[in-house]
Design a protein around this ligand. Sequence first.
Ligand code: 2HG
Ligand code: ZN
Length: 458
Amino acid sequence: VNTIIVELTKELAAIVGRPNLIVDREALMPFETDYTRRWHGEALLAVAPSSTDDVARVLSVCQAAGVGVVVQGGNTGLVGGAVPADEVVLLTRRLDVLEPIDSLASQVTVGAGVTLEAAQRHVRADGLDLPVDLAARSAATIGGMTATNAGGALAVRYGTMAAAVAGMEVVLGDGKIVSRLSGLLKDTAGYDLARLLVGSEGTLGVITRVRLRLIRHPTQRLVAVAGFGSLVDAARAALTLRDRLGPSLEAADYVDAAGVRLVRDRRRLPPPLAVESGHLLVIQVAGEDVESLLPVVSETLDAAGVTAVSVADDTSGRERLWTYREAVNESIGAQGLVHKFDASIPLGAIPEFAAETHEAVALVDPAATVVIYGHLADGNLHVNVLSPDLDHYRVEQALGQLVAQHNGSISAEHGIGIAKRDLLTLVRSDDDIAAMRAVKAALDPEGLLGRHRVLREE
Ligand code: 2HG
Ligand code: ZN
């Protein structure tokens, strides 16, 4: 292994320059463990190319050496997809160009390593905004969000990254560069090849540049936190708001009492509402005149049996209210190792699924704490299970079966990575998986990229 690393170091340094290679064991550590600390592996080395051509050169050197490559952006993934397993880590952080905004098309092209926050800052300066937002914005990168088809809280209004992407430049596993950055609304000249990489989790190629669709930054945004006595009531409120407010409803997220408790302890926060409520809904309404929508909002919340509400329309007030929902992941992480299960559930089955989840986990581990939160209005629940001595395998099987029974998906927005590979057959047919393998073999014939992620190697 050492001679391979010495040889690789020499050849990669000739491409990216020695300062853009990391070989020191200690310096590699941050790239070898994920955010949850559940997934680890060893990196041969880490390399940070700064252009599409250099990415292609790096891949061809790795291919010649017969070593695998894992792409890593902000390392905020939760399914182990970006953690190396005796592979070269390709860091996207130097692919950080923010190109000028194309205001006619309302699009912008950015490097894959640009963080969501940096992209937001860039476009907001022009009165525009990105249609996708999520709590990990300070570290999560546009390339990683595209590769995982990230969703977040605004998906109910604008869709996931798949809808935000107007074009991409990618290096396929075999080193070929496919550039589709014109941003044309209509372009049916053959297969939409680059788009195959949306949600491919680094297994088909490396995304180097992304062209994003932008939205007008809403003139007003209002956030309300509403308390309910049951998830049934909260879900009814969320879906009625979606129907009545239409495009003015940007988000309707949910967090249960256990989640709120963890956030309050971690961040030392007061209760979010005057009345203790077991189920919180965080809604965001946007538009030119949100005041005029308030009667509809309060009518709907009342009809659904709301117990208390808190509203904010200024930036810091909105952030304060969102914290009760956005800080759950971080607060759970502070407790120790957690089993994360990101699921999509048909809207009508959400309360039933949540109740059955509690029962199923109690059967596996009566001492476990279950925290449920997520993006309620689009059916995306994050089940988190905390226990000092959890049988991950059994929890995963139990939750996977439940999701399948309800015709949901075992991954809504976090991806498969290595965490969910063995659950794929619950929601995808043999033919479906065979077609995925055929695409993988065509675009990455040497099987160089993201080995063992998404699909186990045969
Ligand atoms: C969120 O919505 C993220 O906060 C993380 O998708 C969810 O921690 C999780 O399970
Ligand atoms: Zn989420």
